[in-house]
Design a protein around this ligand. Structure first.
Ligand code: NAD
Length: 249
């Protein structure tokens, strides 16, 4: 039997990048995945390509939309076993030069988004003894110039993961996070010019020096699949680092 056979899964921000790779691998491993994104065209395209079970779009900053998308998913799949909080945005700015509006925005997506999604999903996850996989970042562990508010949001997500895991353990719901280093997605492409300008080092050299190679969205999907599966039945409250050794050095 495939690792995720029959698991009913909702993934935010899964029209592209890491979320799409997670949706692809989960589907290949037998899960029934509902794609969700703020970008409806990307979501439809990804769902068609992957052969996903359906699409239930939401902007994770809008609690009503998130609740409706979770309900749509549960109506379609007959329940929910796994919530993947993947939607996230980056801001590249020296921390104290960032506008307060932009600071509020990144919190709304990266912290409040997973919070409202977990609240919307928890009743269903208690019913199925399911689990949550939060896509955090090594930026939630170590500080990085230009990524101040992003680092703060990912640290907050790791802490929410821990607390939710402990609080939900008696109900049989696991909550974990993954913390990738730099992976090959549009998000990193957007960051490259600012990083190169700040360090005067070609980004490829920086990556080679710090983490060997760029991660792939598939690297991250593999760990998410393990955490979502019953093989990880004793894993909760954890944050899994996958960064080619960057944070180890
Ligand atoms: P990406 O920008 O390539 O894709 C993000 C997806 O989320 C897009 O499809 C986008 O439309 C969607 N999205 C954005 N705002 C949204 C919102 N408000 N509501 C719903 N969907 C929204 O990014 P990615 O690199 O695939 O990143 C995915 C997750 O992985 C993010 O949480 C990111 O912080 C995290 N992460 C990425 C890296 C990396 O190196 N790429 C490293 C560590 C962590």
């Amino acid at each position: 039997m495939s690792e995720l056979e029959g698991k009913r899964v909702f993934i935010t921000g899964s029209g592209a990048g890491i979320g799409k790779a997670i949706a692809t691998l989960f589907t290949q491993r037998g899960a029934r995945v509902v794609i969700s994104d703020i970008d409806a065209d990307a979501a439809k395209k990804a769902a068609d390509e992957i052969g996903a079970a359906g699409v239930a779009n939401c902007d994770v900053t809008d609690e009503g939309q998130v609740q409706a998308a979770v309900k749509q998913t549960v109506d379609l799949l007959g329940g929910l076993d796994v919530l993947v909080n993947n939607a996230g945005i980056e801001v590249s700015s020296p921390l104290l030069q960032q506008s307060t509006e932009s600071f509020d925005k990144i919190y709304a997506v990266n912290v409040r988004g997973p919070f409202v999604a977990m609240k919307a999903a928890i009743g269903h996850l208690i019913e199925s003894k399911g689990n949550v996989v939060n896509i955090a970042s090594i930026a939630g562990i170590g500080g990085s110039p230009l990524l101040g508010s992003y680092c703060a949001t990912k640290a907050a997500l790791i802490q929410m993961t821990r607390v939710a895991a402990v609080e939900m353990r008696p109900a049989g719901v696991r909550v974990n996070a993954v913390c990738p280093g730099f992976a090959d997605t549009a998000m990193v492409e957007r960051l490259v010019p600012d990083f190169e300008a700040a360090t005067q080092v070609p980004f490829g050299d920086l990556v080679a020096m710090k983490q060997g190679r760029l991660g792939t969205p598939e690297d991250i999907a593999e760990v998410a699949a393990f955490l979502a599966s019953d093989r990880a039945s004793w894993v909760t409250g954890s944050h899994y680092v996958l960064d080619g050794g960057l944070t180890a050095s």
